[in-house]
Every structure is written in C-alpha cells, then in structure tokens.
Design a protein around this ligand. Sequence first.
Ligand SMILES: Cc1cc2nc3c(=O)[nH]c(=O)nc-3n(C[C@H](O)[C@H](O)[C@H](O)COP(=O)(O)OP(=O)(O)OC[C@H]3O[C@@H](n4cnc5c(N)ncnc54)[C@H](O)[C@@H]3O)c2cc1C
Length: 446
Amino acid sequence: MAMGSQTSALIKQNSIVFHRIIMVLLLTCLPKSNTNDFLQSSSYRNSGPSSLANLPFQGLLVHDNLQFAAQDFGGRLSSLPLAVLHPGSVSDISLAVRHVYELGPSSALTVAARGHGHSLQGQAQAPGGLVISMQSLRWPKTSVFFTGKSPFVEVSGGELWIDILHETLKHGLAPKSWTDYLHLTVGGTLSNAGISGQAFRHGPQIDNVYELEVVTGKGEVLTCSEKKNSDLFYGVLGGLGQFGIITKAKISLGPAAKTVKWIRVLYDDFSIFSKDQEHLISLEESSFDYIEGFVLINRSGILNNWRSSFDPKDPVQASRFNSEGKTLYCLELAKYFDPQESESVTIEIDGLLRGLSYISFTLFQSEVPLLEFLDRVHVSELKLRQQGLWEVPHPWLNLLVPKSGIDEFAGEVFGKILTGNSNGPILIYPVNQSRQVSEHRRLQKS
Ligand SMILES: Cc1cc2nc3c(=O)[nH]c(=O)nc-3n(C[C@H](O)[C@H](O)[C@H](O)COP(=O)(O)OP(=O)(O)OC[C@H]3O[C@@H](n4cnc5c(N)ncnc54)[C@H](O)[C@@H]3O)c2cc1C
C-alpha cells in the first residue's frame, strides 16, 4: 500500500527524527585488561586504601570476593577494584566520596557507582579503586505519590526498574518510558538515557524525572531538579556516572493499562520500513504506544519460531513465506488497552495498519498482560541462560543516526557488511527529538 501525500507531508514536518540502532555485531573476545601492573604500582600503594577501612560506614566495606565488580554485561573488559562498598545509607556514599576527594589529585583512588553492571566497556568498574554497589542502598522505600497534577514514584538510585513496575502496578500506574530490559537500576539507566519503543512519545527515561538526590564529587548530598541546582540535574542525567551518584529519583507515572496488543509485520525494503516507522511516530494523537523494529539477516524459519507466541493473520499465506537468505525488517508495535476497550482498540489498530506498507501476509499478533510485555526480554534471558549464551561477551554498538542518513547507513551496513547469519540482535528505535523536548517541558510545567 502506497503512502498518501498527507503522510509524506507529516513526515517532512517532523524533520528531527533519529533512528537509534543497537547492534550486537560479532561475539569476538578482546584481550582483557590486566590490572596487576596497576595494583603493584606506587600510585596504588599511596592512594590511601587502608584509610577507607577506618571510615565509620553503616554498610559494609569489603576487600574480598570482588570479582563481580570487575565484570559487566559487555564481558570484554575486567578490572578488579581495591574494595567494594555496600552502602547502608546515603551518608555512607557521601563519606566515601568525600574521603576520596580529600585525598586529593595525587591519590590514584577512583570511585565508580555500580548499578546492576549491565553496561559495557568497564563503565561501572574502578580499576584499583572503590566500587559503590548501589543495589545495597535500600532507602527510600519505593513509594507512589499522588500529590499535585501528576503522580510520581520516589525510588532509591539502586532500585531495579522491574521492582518499580511491580510496585506502581499495585496503584494502577506505571512509569511511561522504559528500556527493553527491566533488570537494570534507576541510576544505571538515568546516567545513560533509557530509550525504548515509548521514547518517540514520552522521550527517553531521563526526560521523565522530576527530581534527583545526588552525592556530588565532593561528597555533598544535594537535591536537584530543573529549577534547583539545574546544572547538576542536567549534568547527572545522561552523565555516564561522571557528575555525581544518584541516590534518589522522583519519576513521573501515568495510568497503566492492563493488556497489550503486540504486533509484528515484515518488510523487505528498508526505506519503506523506516518511512512507516517515521509515519507512525509523527501521528499526533492516535498511534501505537510502542514503536520499535529489528533487522533479520539471512534467518530461516523465523515465522515458525514466532508461532508459539504470535498468531499469523493469514496462516496459509504465512506458512508459505520463506525467509531464508533474505534481509528482512520487522516493525514491532504495541497498543495498550483495558479489556473493555478491546473492540474499539482493534478497529483503531486496523486503521493504523491500513496506512502501512508491510508484506501483507506477514502480520502477526499477540495479546499479553502489560507486565509480560514490558518484561519480555527477561523471558529471552532465561532461555539464553539455559543455553549458556547470556554471560558471553557483548560488543554492542549504539548509534543515533539522523533521518537524512538512515537509508544510506542501512544500505551499507545491512546490505553490504552484515550479510552472514551469525549477527546478534539489531534493533531500530525511531526517536522524534522535537517530541522529546516538548515532553520534557510539559513534565516540568506540571
Ligand atoms: C539486555 C539489555 C538490554 C538493554 N536494553 C536497553 C534499552 O532498550 N534501552 C537503553 O537505553 N538501554 C538498554 N540497555 C543498556 C542499559 O540501559 C545500560 O547499560 C545501563 O547503564 C545499565 O544499567 P545498570 O544498572 O546495569 O548500570 P551499570 O552497568 O551498573 O552502570 C552503568 C553506568 O552508570 C553509572 N551508575 C550506576 N549507578 C549509578 C548511580 N546511582 N548514579 C550515577 N551513576 C550510576 C555507572 O558508574 C556506569 O557508568 C540494555 C542493557 C542490557 C544488558
């Protein structure tokens, strides 16, 4: 189905569209960095390690069994810290950071906050330094507030998003913007960005924060927001852990629907696929709640694999579809709804799908509870763990590609470079920058 001129005009209006692409390219293992040289060096010996042990922490400072803090999901870099602090309070974090600050620039002791260690490239590691294991920080207890115009949840920086979801669902609410995988900490994703299929509407997770409590590089404990200590607020959000340690966050919530219609359709032409993504994210009101996509290179039997969880709209034609040897692009969509809205949502979805140009008999649908949809990657995690394929090196690459360059990028990378079937997942998130900015302003006004 060709797109109408009105659609093309809408796409042109949204000039600042980015595609975020995550690629697991090849599971190559690079040599691990060796920390022994550093640990034996004079700068290490002079860095005041013993003085850390004298600090009156409420939590635990440990010097043994530190291997977990030398690892991350990337699995390519490994550096042992000198010690790990399991903080019992925010004061513990403040005490530790102030101590390191007061040791001065001649000390080689570095500090890194560690959430769930699911980043890459040793981001949460501190070679020969102090790792602060944020998941030990159990304060504040996750609490939902309804004060003011918009509800929010107050959480510890070490809280996992999956646990926040469980808690907020008890109140019929949920955070609006997610990552694909929820077993990550608040501090870990807010110090990056937090982008998933909801970002086109709500912005990334960092656009959905009202307030933070932060331990600064000098060990001060400060509250910051758009209006208060705003430099710190915007420095810490997306600051890769370099501007302070997030100990508490207030995160915007919205109503949580109970159920999700989850849809997958296929394309064999990247530019048609990306135009349909751009069309959907440019619709003002009625669109999907989640828009993402992925690339399938030379995979056989994919439609059969989906059948355990998705129903083909046209089973006969779908069974004849042969994916072997092809590069295909899967547009993944979701619409949230409550059971009483099922009929009207179905009509709305049919209308939206009619405006797309996918291969007609490759429409696959499923209906799942919201929790199951949002926590979907965990199901894959359990399967991969069983096969010993979860804790392997992950040389991932994240790119923001502007709309103007995405077709050329796809032609070169998917058309010429990634032609084998040994690649990991390649995800494509359409992100509308102008929508993110307006969402952020709306949030700050409410
Ligand atoms: C399977 C999987 C799927 C993913 N999917 C997505 C996705 O869809 N979208 C997306 O945006 N990302 C995604 N990610 C990436 C993920 O969001 C980041 O790697 C995130 O940083 C991991 O959180 P973590 O708690 O494990 O952080 P860690 O790896 O522990 O830390 C990451 C960084 O944050 C810093 N940090 C940790 N806690 C704090 C704190 N409290 N205050 C300040 N700095 C802190 C660390 O020092 C480090 O620099 C995915 C990762 C995995 C493993």
